[in-house]
Structures are given as C-alpha cells and as structure tokens.
Design a protein around this ligand. Structure first.
Ligand SMILES: Cc1cc2nc3c(=O)[nH]c(=O)nc-3n(C[C@H](O)[C@H](O)[C@H](O)COP(=O)(O)OP(=O)(O)OC[C@H]3O[C@@H](n4cnc5c(N)ncnc54)[C@H](O)[C@@H]3O)c2cc1C
Ligand code: FES
Length: 271
C-alpha cells in the first residue's frame, strides 16, 4: 500500500516499552498511524535526532504498531533513551510485502536469526490471522545465547497453536537451556516440508542469511520460493537516492522482500 505522503512523518506516542534482550527492545506505539502489509517497512523518526528504517513486528491487523529494534548507533541509541509517553514520528509504509496470496494452501517455512525475527513475527501474525489458508507454519529461529532470544514471553503460547511447529537453537547454551545448541543451520538438517512447493522466508544477520540460503537451495527449495528480507543502508526510502541498491534492485522500492532468484547472480548480495 502506498503512503499518501511519504515525506510526512506522523507523530505518535510510545505506549509501552518491552525490553526483549540486553540490546533489543520492542516499542509499542499508541495506535496504527499507517496501514501496512507484513514485510513492508517504515521510517521511524526520533525528534531532533533523525530517522531510520524498521519493519513493523506487529500484526498488520492489530490495533497498535510495534517495532522490535536493536540498539546499534545514533538513531537507535536515542530511541532507547525515550520513555513511555514520549513521541516519535512514523512515515510509510514503503516497499513490497510478503506475497501472502502465493503462500495459500502451502506449508510455510520461516527461518530467523537475532533481531531478524521482527518482520517474521509480523508475517507469522498475519498468517495466523487466516491460519486455515495455510497447511502448516514452521518457525526455525536462532539466537546467540538463551538471553538473546526475542519474544521469549510469546513463544510458549505460539507453540501451543495447532498447525504451528517451532524449533529454536542458540549458538552458546547455559545451565537453563534444554534445547538445541549450534548456529541456525543445525536446526535445518531436517526440513519437514514439501520443498518443491513450499515458500521459505528468511531474515537475519548477513552471514546467517547467506548460510541459510545455501542450505535451503541444497535442500531443494525453488530459488523463486526463497524470500529474503534484505537490509541496506537507506536514505530517501522511495527509490530516488541510490543508497540501497542491490544489483538492479532498490531495496526500498523493489524490496525489502526479494527472492533468491532475484539476487543470486549478484556478488555478495547480503553484504
Ligand atoms: C528495510 C529495513 C528494515 C529494518 N528493520 C529493522 C528492524 O525491524 N529492527 C532493527 O533493529 N533494525 C532494522 N533495520 C536496521 C536499522 O535500520 C538500522 O539498525 C538503523 O538504521 C541503524 O540506525 P542508527 O542511527 O542507530 O545507526 P548508525 O549510527 O547509522 O549506524 C550504526 C552501525 O549500524 C550500521 N548500520 C546502519 N544502518 C544499517 C542498516 N540499514 N543495515 C545494516 N547496518 C546498518 C552502520 O554501518 C554502523 O556500523 C532495518 C533496515 C532496513 C533497511
Ligand atoms: S533509499 Fe533511496 S533509493 Fe532506496
């Protein structure tokens, strides 16, 4: 869906702040200032500091807009200083969403790493909204340690949902961790879906995207069925400034969701 005026940042209050890990926090905004589809992104403004692109982590059908954000630099550090009741700006949505119509009737294989679970959570909630349209939803998620897992308070509830299968791994375990240990590809040894027809949707840090994509290709997923949430430094967000080019694509306009078919001939597409 196109923004009415993509240059206009809509002021909105932060309703709730939920720390997920030591450096990742979910910001729940008060209301739904933009209408988006899962996979699209918005520019979030911290007044007096600047703006940066983020993909909503909440359901497109929800009442409040949420972002799950990792603190990395100037804008995100300023955002982490804000308190509930403070104001931010939102403009968007931008880019192309996940093609949910093409996923109908299929098993959906979702693979996330670190804060890359954010857009995947929005996708997952959008799928749950019409869960009968899909055969089964599989989530495979990896984090560095048990303390780095996002949505820890929500995952147990999601695991109880009929038609949802979730498997987690951590690079390094601790005494509390009973699950798998190893990078996310260790939970991709067994792929329980029909690879000939299923879409695989991947989001995470660049190296994780690279190795997961290799594994999915090896497993037999069609290149056009591997959906990748691409991240590139952005400026205008509307295909004018050239900052976000990956080969012939502008991530802000043609992405952020691109397929492996789209980017496989580009040298190091994830860097
Ligand atoms: C379409 C899209 C969706 C995104 N969704 C999310 C999300 O849901 N949650 C989230 O935490 N982050 C997300 N990001 C990344 C987020 O935009 C950057 O982390 C943010 O711009 C950093 O801003 P900053 O001012 O805090 O950091 P800066 O001060 O600009 O930079 C700090 C460090 O981060 C690096 N960096 C800056 N921007 C990016 C970028 N876009 N990608 C990779 N590295 C970058 C810089 O090279 C530098 O090393 C998304 C990015 C894109 C393009
Ligand atoms: S951010 Fe300007 S062209 Fe994509």
């Amino acid at each position: 869906m196109e923004a009415v005026n993509p240059y206009y940042s809509i002021p909105v209050k932060i309703k709730k702040i939920i720390p997920e890990t030591s450096n990742i926090t979910t910001f729940i905004l008060d209301g739904m200032p933009i209408q988006f589809e899962a996979g699209q992104f918005a520019e979030l403004t911290v007044p007096g500091v600047g703006e940066a692109p983020f993909t909503p982590s909440s359901s497109p059908h929800g009442d409040d807009l949420e972002f799950t954000i990792m603190k990395v630099g100037r804008v995100t550090s300023a955002l982490f200083e804000l308190k509930e009741g403070d104001q931010v700006g939102v403009r968007g949505p931008f880019g192309k969403p996940y093609p949910l119509k093409e996923f109908k009737g299929k098993e959906i294989f979702i693979v996330g790493g670190g804060v890359g679970f954010a857009p995947l959570r929005s996708l997952f909630l959008a799928l749950l909204h019409n869960i009968k349209d899909y055969k089964k939803i599989y989530i495979r998620y990896g984090a560095r340690t048990p303390n780095d897992i996002v949505y820890k308070h929500l995952i147990p509830e999601w695991e109880k949902i009929d038609g949802v299968d979730i498997l987690l791994t951590v690079d390094v375990g601790d005494d509390s961790w009973q699950g798998k240990v190893g990078v996310v590809t260790v939970i991709l040894d067994e792929i329980p879906v029909d690879v000939a027809s299923s879409p695989a949707i991947v989001c995470g840090p660049p190296l994780m995207m690279k190795f997961v994509t290799q594994r999915l290709v090896e497993a037999g997923f069609k290149h056009s069925n591997i959906y990748l949430s691409m991240e590139k430094n952005m400026s205008c967000g509307i295909g004018k400034c050239n900052h976000c080019r990956v080969g012939k694509f502008y991530v802000c306009k043609d992405g952020p969701v691109l397929t492996w078919e789209d980017v496989k001939d580009i040298e190091e597409p994830f860097l």
